[in-house]
Design a protein around this ligand. Structure first.
Ligand code: NAP
Ligand code: GLV
Length: 336
């Protein structure tokens, strides 16, 4: 064990988090902007005998990385999603895992709505139209979109972000349908308090009835490919799909075919599979008329990214000091 303990940070995060760590620990920050491969992380953790590892959602943290330093006490991810961390392996080794729930909920829900509105009202196409100098006059049928008010919003995964996304539907007089593995009376009550009657239905019913389908499930074995060819068949042909969860929740090939065959109207994606989506990817031929893609920026407001950094630092600090983490992924995943 080194004194002070060493913390390895896979990439620069907002200063408020790192400054706090630098007061107490030897902090080694990898300077490159592109993600390290897993073997690079493994080597760095070993070389520095790291007691703490602060990583991003693009870093694969597997058993090899967890075994790289016998002093490793905690992995703290700068994200709420922890599908990139082998939680079982961490649990077996007594290594704590922190994540950042709650602080990014409202910001990410704002962004799900940004995508929903962009798709419904065709704002990217509209902007391109003006920039291309095609705006000649007011036109009766120019860029007609879909109404958002009074529409039905289907939420897949009524957790923190799903509920915050649904809540915003109150201002638009929407009907809310939701599906999760279990009914959520507390979430329903929260929505009822803002005048929304949220109805629990199965996925098939939600897909068949919703004008807008917004995905908010974590990536797990169960949700990998949750929306595939059969699900697109069930959706309305005027429906919009919004994905701010994880790219793998949607089968990219099935989405491509659904857009090609006009099985759904549009999709707004903040997350993709593969991610990043290369500019020459086949799916992008549908943009901007049927598709809007953003580079995984759902939680990216100045305020929220700072709060995530503070929370990631607090988790890391607790793990090194042998205290319970303020936000433990192992606890939230039901492993402790
Ligand atoms: P959360 O509060 O844990 O909510 C997840 C919800 O999904 C829970 O209500 C859970 O309920 C439900 N769920 C889990 N498995 C399911 C399944 N198989 N079928 C249906 N529902 C299922 O998490 P959150 O904070 O809202 O975040 C959700 C996800 O959003 C994260 O895991 C992350 O991947 C993604 N995210 C993306 C961005 C971005 O920048 N685009 C930002 C933040 C988060 P049950 O367990 O009862 O089913
Ligand atoms: C972002 O995708 C997160 O999981 O925080």
């Amino acid at each position: 064990m080194s004194e002070p303990p060493t913390v390895y940070v896979t990439r620069e995060i907002p200063g408020v988090g790192l400054d706090r760590l630098r007061d107490r620990y030897e902090v080694v920050v990898r300077e490159e902007t592109l993600p390290p491969g897993r073997s690079e992380i493994e080597a760095a953790v070993a070389d520095h005998d790291a007691e703490g590892l602060l990583c991003l959602l693009t870093d694969e943290i597997d058993a090899g990385v967890l075994d790289a330093s016998s002093d490793l006490a905690v992995v703290s991810t700068y994200s709420v999603g922890y599908d990139h961390v082998d939680l079982e392996a961490a649990h077996e080794r007594g290594i704590a895992v922190g994540h950042t729930p709650g602080v990014l909920t409202e910001t990410t829900a704002d962004f799900a709505w940004a995508l929903l509105m962009m798709c419904a009202r065709r704002t990217v196409e509209a902007h391109d139209h003006v920039e291309a100098d095609a705006w000649e006059t007011w036109e009766p049928t120019l860029l007609r979109g879909a109404d958002v008010h009074d529409a039905t919003l289907g939420i897949v995964g009524l957790g923190d972000i799903g509920t915050a996304t649904a809540r915003r539907g109150a201002g638009f007089g929407m009907d809310i349908l939701y599906t999760s593995r279990s009914r959520k009376p507390d979430r329903e009550a929260e929505l009822e308090a803002v005048g929304l009657d949220a109805t629990y239905v199965d996925l098939d019913e939600l897909l068949a009835a919703s004008d807008f389908v917004s995905l908010h499930v974590p990536l797990t074995d169960e949700t990998d490919g949750l929306i595939g060819a059969a699900e697109f068949e069930r959706m309305r042909d005027d429906a919009v799909l919004v994905n701010t969860a994880r790219g793998e929740v949607v089968d990219t090939e099935a989405l491509d075919e659904a857009l090609e065959a006009d099985r759904i109207a549009r999709a707004g994606l903040d997350v993709t599979d593969p991610e990043p989506l290369p500019a020459d990817h086949r799916l992008l031929r549908h943009a901007p008329e049927k598709l809007v893609v953003t580079p995984h920026i759902g939680s990216s407001s100045v305020e929220t990214r700072g709060r995530m950094a503070e929370m990631a630092a607090a988790n890391l600090e607790a793990g090194i000091e042998g205290e319970p983490l303020p936000n433990s992924a192992l606890r939230d995943a039901g492993l402790e």
